[in-house]
Write a protein that binds this ligand. Sequence first.
Ligand SMILES: Cc1ncc(COP(=O)(O)O)c(C=O)c1O
Length: 321
Amino acid sequence: MRTIDFSNYLDVLSGLRKPWQGQYHAMYSSVLGGVTRDPLLMQVPIDDHLVHRGDGVFDTFKCVGRAAYNLDAHLRRLMRSAAAIGLSWPGGIGEIRKLTLGTLAAADREACSGRVMIARGPGSFGVSPYESPEPALYIVVYAAGVPFMDKHPEGASVRRSQVPVKPARFATVKNCNYLPNVMMKRESVDWGVDFVVGFDSDGFMAEGATENFGLVTKKGELLFPRVEGVLDGTTMLRVMQLAEALVEAGDLKAIAFRDITEADVRGAAEMLIVGTTINVVSVRSFEGVPVGDGAPGPVGGALNARLMSDIATNDALRTAY
Ligand SMILES: Cc1ncc(COP(=O)(O)O)c(C=O)c1O
């Protein structure tokens, strides 16, 4: 086996360029104390408990027109997630915000995605969080995904996931142990559908691998599940605010967070999926059966248009870098 040390490390590293690394624009690491634009230098120490225990929290936001959308909502959720697992960042949310904007400036992209991770930090290969003397912060800026409806204007196909829904205590924390979510994404790929959605042990609709699900009933109510059992998606919360205008215009009767059953899905006028990358997606089929009339409906279309306009022009929620 080849031995790697300081004398040959950079030579070894320079032979490891891969085409997909072109999607990685910049990374800040508190361990290194700086930012890099070279994907080969975007590394995390293996003794960081983030790596071997999934011990950390994260949040993902997107940038359009050189501005981060709803950044403060993402960073507030990040801090809440951290607090929920007994983790904090000594410099507070203000320092994380500054470092995030600095990493975005280093990436220098018109549009991109950003992910901020607070990790338990390097310290040991044990499971005890107390073996890491200090947390670590990693911020990575990478290529933006294409919103789903831009690629699939006909809408999404959805099936019911077989992966057990996470208990509320873990579902409501955006932690770096995403194995159930990974397994859900795997199901959707293996089954040849666009998304899967989980139902909890009481039979209530939960969420997707990395997105929230809602319904428009035939009575004209926009419903999302109660946030006590799912991640409080920034997109879902913003879409609910934007939907108030549809209620005022008479295009919707009401909006509510409520328990939703599979029977509700089968009787719905529209089923919607919302998330940072995808915006608002209209579902055309659930378990192979058309939802509503089997094509994107008016409420999904109106909310997607309002959200896209909000992302592009609402200066109150846009942070330039
Ligand atoms: C499990 C889960 N639910 C919902 C969401 C949607 O949250 P947001 O709208 O803030 O992207 C995400 C985002 O990644 C997620 O991971």
